[in-house]
Design a protein around this ligand. Structure first.
Ligand SMILES: [Zn+2]
Length: 374
């Protein structure tokens, strides 16, 4: 098929879409395998070099000569396409710029299948719209869905019975819009909630109630649902909101300087307990610390943050948000399952994978690549 014939139909990309998803969706119009369509698009005056296949990588990376062919094919300016397709803005492919080059690889960042109700006209069987979830693109509040990662069909968790998740997402999007440090605050908040989760908090009432509703809509066992980010999402957002609050930072700074970091931590936990409707939180953590000594400043993300608050930079600057790897909420589902259900991690992982619960959005900064995608 000639390029002229290929240009008769235009498939516009969605914002934050994987370029590989966009190419796959175009194949529905042309009746060509994705690899053949790609070679047709890039078949300009220069040679074409394609590595990998659509089955070996969901995302498509293009070098500069290959990107330059896209406007001719789509009729859309390259700047417009680059604004919609994040992979076009990454210098993934280097060297040999005389030759148009393309590579199918796994995405470097978390992705989800877009809301099926929002993208139904653009989808065809086996070719959903796949998008990077970014800071908070994992929920469609309009259609009340938590979006999951599945390469060949749109999969999501209905949130009609989980209104606290929708409310938390509303607060989360405001946080992202108003605070440049929102992602860092979410990572620190997630590390705190995770530390409580592994210390036995999974048995407490509010989570058990949410877990019950979550198992009902996912039809999964509790063990397969507990490691998922949804369960602790409202608490994580509430704590992140407190962490970025300048007035609270000032109060905690003054307490830490005047009465010490343990006192500031106590004030912090009292306020967190009030905001997440667990008035017993501070007492529970105090009781826990009697059983096992409080972690050193270097190993405890909250104490580390409070310590940074008392320095010249404070958490409002670039310092203060670093969470040591040992304290982070594990990015991989199987690591979380291993810590929550020792000895059963593989079984739990397989059940969760079948329900598309292992990938997708996480409150993590590091590139997140699901284990099965390696
Ligand atoms: Zn939607």
């Amino acid at each position: 098929m000639s390029v002229q014939a290929l240009t008769t139909t235009r498939t516009s990309p969605y914002a934050q879409e994987l370029t590989g998803s966009w190419i796959r969706r175009m194949t529905a119009h042309y009746g060509l395998p994705a690899q053949d369509l790609l070679r047709g698009i890039l078949n300009g005056p220069r040679r074409v070099r394609v590595t990998g296949t659509p089955s070996s990588g969901l995302e498509l990376f293009l070098n500069a000569p290959a990107r330059a062919e896209l406007p001719r094919f789509t009729g859309l300016p390259l700047a417009h396409l680059t604004g919609l397709l994040p992979s076009l803005a990454t210098p993934e492919l280097h060297g040999e710029d005389e030759v148009a080059g393309a590579a199918w690889r796994m995405p470097r960042q978390a992705w989800v299948s877009a809301c099926p109700a929002c993208t139904s006209r653009a989808c065809s069987p086996g070719r959903p719209v796949l998008v990077y979830s970014g800071a908070a693109g994992h929920v469609c509040r309009r259609h009340q869905r938590w979006l999951l990662a599945h390469a060949t069909k749109p999969v999501s968790i209905p949130l009609q019975t989980l209104p606290e998740i929708l409310a938390a997402h509303r607060r989360h999007t405001v946080l992202v819009r108003t605070h440049a440090c929102a992602s860092n605050a979410m990572i620190l908040a997630a590390a705190m909630v995770w530390s409580w989760q592994v210390q036995g908090w999974r048995l407490e009432t509010i989570w058990q109630d949410r877990l019950h509703r979550l198992t009902a809509v996912t039809r999964c066992t509790p063990a397969a649902v507990v490691p998922h980010a949804l369960l602790s999402y409202p608490e994580t957002v509430a704590i992140a909101q407190l962490l970025v609050d300048g007035r609270w930072q000032q109060r905690l700074r003054e307490t830490a300087v005047g009465a010490g970091i343990p006192s500031a931590a106590g004030v912090f936990f009292q306020e967190v307990g009030r905001r997440i409707n667990r008035p017993w939180l501070a007492d529970w953590l105090t009781a826990l610390s009697r059983v096992s000594p409080p972690r050193a400043v270097q190993a405890d993300p909250l104490r580390q943050w409070l310590h940074e608050l008392t320095t010249a930079n404070g958490a409002g600057g670039t310092a203060g948000w670093t969470v040591l790897p040992s304290a982070l909420r594990p990015a991989e589902f199987i690591e979380r399952a291993g810590l929550l259900t020792p000895g059963r991690a593989r079984v739990v992982f397989e059940e969760a994978a079948a329900a598309s619960l292992i990938g997708g959005w996480e409150p993590a900064a590091a590139p997140h690549i699901p284990l099965t995608a390696r």
